[in-house]
Every structure is written in C-alpha cells, then in structure tokens.
Design a protein around this ligand. Structure first.
Ligand code: GDD
Length: 403
C-alpha cells in the first residue's frame, strides 16, 4: 500500500495525534517518495494474522452481514457479537448459519456469540466485571458492550490487534480496504499503544434523485469540532487535527485496549479521545499506566479510498448519537465553562435546557483473564460457536490418505 505521510502530528501530552493520511494506492509497487510510505503486502499480511476483527451486529439485513463477512481478509479472525432478536424469529440463528456457510467454504477462523447469552453475563460476573450487566445479570444492550465481549474473545486467541467494522455496510470491498488500512496503520506505528481510526472519503446520499458524495455527517462534524476545541483551549493554539471523533471503523493494539476505559453504546468512539485526553493529555499529573505514557500513544487517522454506504437509521438515532458524543465532551476533565456553554448551545433543541447526563463508563478490561472467560463459555454458552481455521493438507498428506 502507498499511503501519504502525515503532514503534521499534534503532540498533546503523551498523545501523538497524526493528521489525516490518504490512501494513495491500495496495492503498490515499492516506490517510495518523501511524501508517501510504501508498505509491502507481506508486512500487511503479517499484521492481519495477528488481528481479530470484531463485528457488532443487531438486526441488520442478513445480506449486508454476509457481504461484510466475505470481504474480510482470510488471515484475520472474525468475531461476531450479535444482539439480534431471537424471537419470534431467531435472527441470530440465521446469522450463525451464514457464518457456518462461509466457514464451510473458506475455513476462515470465526467465533460468534449472542450478547444476551446468560453464560456470557455469567462469565463477566465471574471475572468481577459487572459494569456492563443489567439487573438480570445479562449483558446490557449497546454496541460498546458487544465490542467489549468481542475484545475479550480476541484476547483469548492471543491477538495483538483488534479491529471493528459495522455489519450494515453495502459495499463489501470497502470493508476489505478498512481492514488493510488498519494493518497499514499498525505497520507505521512506533508505539505498542496505538490506534487507527478511519475517516471515510465520502458518505454518499441521494439528493434530488442523484448521488451526492457528501464528506461529513452532522454528528462527526460536531464531535470533531468540540474534541478539537478541548485541545485548543488547553494548548492555546487552535487545531483541527481530530477528524475521526466518531470513527466506528477503528482498530487498536491489544495493549492499548487493555488500559482504556469504555463509554456505553455509541459514545464509545468519542470517549476514546476523552479517556486519552483525561489520562495522557497535556499536564496530566498522575499517569495510570506510566509504560504507556513513556512509550507514547499514537493515533493514526486514515482517509479511506472507498466511500461508505450503510443503512440509515433515522434522525432520532442521529440525535441520540450526537447527545452521547457531546455528553462525553461535556464531562471531560479538560472541559471549561466556555466549551460547556458551547456544547449546551449545540444541544439546544435536543436537550431542552437540561444538562447532558454523564454516560456510563466501563473500566479497563486488562484484569479479565480471557482464557478463564472462554472456558466458562465453552460447552455451556448455547450461542457460542467457534469455527476453527482449517489446515490445508499438504500433497504428501493427501497421497497418504488416498493410499
Ligand atoms: N452487538 C451489538 N449490540 N451490536 C450493535 C448494537 C448492540 O446493542 N447496536 C448496534 N449494533 C451494531 C449494528 O448492527 C451495526 O453493525 C453497528 O453496531 C453500528 O450500529 P448502527 O446503528 O449501524 O450505527 P450508525 O451507522 O448509526 O453509526 C455508526 O457509525 C458512527 C460513525 O458515523 C456506529 O459505528 C457509531 O458507533 C459511529 O460513531
């Protein structure tokens, strides 16, 4: 892959936030120039083998999930965490059937589980991690909650990198690119604590019967503005470096995943920044993880080549997402009266004069023993399925079998 070098890197305490990098060629020929980095495909493949891709899914069109599953490069492991309906029709069963069929003809390693499986709740309970359980000791609804389950499964496989992709993508090949972009980011990273966040080049909409290649969505534009304002008010220098505040498509090293805290539902992505600002930003006095602080935490923001076309879920959904995002900003330690007043102004119509509630924050998952966690699931969790990677028989083995 040939990818632009970042033109600037914002240093904010222990954080290195790289400016947007464009994908110049998905497949390149080894020609480097001062403005671009060439990453050979064997290096990308090496990262893919150490990466698990988590797909959180809730009642999406099964054809979309099917396309996403088929587009994910073979070398990485897929982990599907579903919160889809189980009755009157068992949508999860349909999803598992699709997974089984894909495994049947590809032999790719795929794990899947249902978020509401009582044994999943029990495994979290046994691990002493009850922050995402409801009163019935089941995992709460929420995309972030599903992502956390996925991360622990990834850790149980010893994966060093964990990526996420939504299940409602209409362009399967864009998903393939996203995963390759993650790997490219990790090939460039110098710190073991790093994250790759994708910025879609376009998010097309139909306007007056024509496709309009829109660049920004309302939520991401607003979230980015306020995340940048948090940095600017602290440093005294205006910045526009953050362009991936709501990046649903992102990946991180397992080392970083282990130390982060997570916000509930859809506020998970903007909260990544808030957690990092509060704990590793400028002039933070106490470092929770000095190793990470001294290694530095790198954030790559890659602009995809593909446009992103996904299922639209309506205005109310968008308002809720905006509210969740801005709540995390409002309650950030860096947030001063000026930023708070601006956030309230922004939320005007949605909040109707109330102040945004603090979102639920779930602490780090680093203390959970992933092997014990999976042991609880194996054999007891009805929804848990593990489709192992097939081994391709060598010619000699085949000959032995035939004789
Ligand atoms: N496991 C699980 N549990 N998955 C869920 C849940 C849940 O409770 N709720 C939603 N999902 C899945 C959806 O099925 C989809 O695959 C993915 O999470 C994203 O949910 P959408 O409802 O499609 O979100 P969106 O498209 O509006 O927003 C996405 O993009 C934003 C950036 O533009 C999300 O990824 C946001 O988190 C992101 O900020």
């Amino acid at each position: 892959m040939l990818i632009e070098m970042p033109r600037h890197t914002e240093i904010f305490g222990s954080l290195k936030i790289h400016e947007m990098q464009r994908v110049l060629k998905i497949d390149s020929g080894g020609f480097e120039n001062p403005r671009a980095k060439d990453i050979p495909f064997d290096k990308i493949k090496d990262v893919l083998r150490r990466l698990a891709l988590v797909i959180p899914v809730k009642d999406e069109n099964i054809n979309l999930l099917d396309g996403v599953l088929r587009a994910i490069p073979f070398d990485c492991t897929i982990i599907v965490v579903s919160n889809s309906k189980r009755e009157p029709q068992d949508i999860y069963k349909m999803e598992k059937d699709v997974v089984a069929r894909i495994h049947d003809y590809s032999q790719q390693e795929i794990l899947c589980i249902h978020q509401k499986d009582p044994q999943l709740g029990f495994a979290f309970y046994e691990a002493g991690y009850e922050y995402l359980l409801d009163n019935d000791k089941l995992v709460r609804d929420g995309k972030s909650e599903g992502m956390i389950a996925g991360m622990i499964l990834a850790k149980s496989l010893g994966k060093e990198f964990i990526g996420f992709t939504d299940a409602d993508n209409y362009i399967p090949s864009s998903v393939r690119e996203y995963v390759i972009d993650y790997a490219a980011g990790f090939c460039m990273a110098e710190s073991p604590y790093s994250m790759v966040r994708l910025h879609w080049r376009y998010k097309p909409k139909v306007v007056d019967d024509k496709l309009y290649f829109k660049k920004w969505g309302r939520v991401s534009e607003t979230t980015n503005k306020y995340l940048n304002l948090l940095i600017s008010t602290r440093t005294g220098f205006e910045t526009g470096v953050v362009i991936t505040g709501n990046a649903g498509e992102h990946a991180l090293t397992t080392k970083l995943a282990d130390i982060m805290s997570y916000s509930t539902g859809y506020s998970v992505e903007p909260y990544h920044f808030i957690y990092l600002f509060d704990n590793y930003g400028l002039e933070v006095e106490e470092m929770a993880h000095p190793d990470a602080a001294s290694a530095g935490i790198e954030i790559f923001q890659i602009e995809t080549l593909n446009p992103h076309i996904h299922e639209e879920k309506g205005e109310e959904h968008v308002d809720n997402m905006l509210l969740g995002s801005l709540s995390t900003i409002y309650h950030c330690k860096l947030c001063n009266d000026y930023v708070r007043s601006k956030v309230l102004e922004e939320l005007g119509d949605i909040m109707k004069l109330e102040t945004p509630k603090k979102t639920v924050i779930m602490p780090s998952i680093g203390g959970i023993d992933p092997h014990r966690f999976v042991k609880i699931l194996e054999g007891t969790a009805e929804s848990f399925a593990r489709f192992e990677q097939g081994t391709i028989e060598s010619e000699e083995e085949r000959e032995v079998e035939e004789t």
